[in-house]
Design a protein around this ligand. Structure first.
Ligand code: SF4
Length: 204
């Protein structure tokens, strides 16, 4: 079971396969169990928070530029465990590197509460998938199970989280986006208190 793995110098944490979307660009399509990031990311079962903590503390955490909760699914399904892990790591390692979560921004929808105040002092950065400047484009790219409600939830989460998390970045995948679409996404991200990053499309 791959709970943590290194990629691009950072330490990535994989806690769940669960997701409420089916993005057209998702690396998990066609039964893929790994990706360019690591060979075997599909979890036969989710690790407990204690197993994840033991795995993390077995590494030299201070040696990484950042710790990224990413998953081979949507990490917000384990948000309570992520916050617990942040607390435990900070207790053990006083000079912990920044902690980022890569997320689709549906945490409040998934948890049924506003979790954003709980991110303060625990999460240093969020990378939130925007994926489109309108609900129609967003839904076409990400196919969320809750449809337009998921779009609204993602925007609301971003706006709220920007009050508590020092660095909030929204991302779009460049699979042929027009300059107008990128400009519209950038404007939307800024209106929510975030900045936009255009990610390269990865085809495998
Ligand atoms: S939100 Fe992430 S894990 Fe879920 S389908 Fe989209 S790319 Fe895949």
């Amino acid at each position: 079971m791959t709970i943590t793995y290194e990629y691009g110098g950072g330490l990535y944490v994989n806690l769940t396969n669960r997701c409420d979307c089916r993005c057209v660009f998702c690396l998990r399509h066609n039964g893929n169990k790994g990706s360019i990031y690591a060979d075997d990311l599909w979890l036969e079962r989710e690790p407990t928070r204690e197993e994840a903590l033991a795995d993390l503390l077995a590494r030299d955490l201070k040696s990484y530029p950042e710790i990224v909760f990413c998953g081979f699914g949507e990490p917000a399904f384990r948000m309570d465990d992520i916050l617990w892990l942040s607390d435990k790591m900070r207790e053990s390692i006083p000079e912990l590197p920044p902690i980022r979560i890569n997320t689709n921004g549906h945490a409040n929808l998934i948890l049924g509460r506003d979790v954003t105040p709980e991110l303060r002092g625990r999460i240093d950065a969020l990378s939130i998938s925007l994926n489109g400047s309108t609900p129609e484009k967003y839904i076409a790219e990400t196919c969320p199970k809750d449809g337009e409600k998921a779009w609204e939830a993602m925007l609301d989460f971003t706006r709220r989280a920007a009050k508590y998390v020092p660095r909030v970045v929204m991302t779009v995948v460049d699979n042929g986006l027009s300059e107008e679409e990128i400009a519209a996404c950038s404007k939307l991200a800024q209106s929510l208190g975030a900045t936009l990053r255009v990610r390269q499309y990865i085809s495998e």
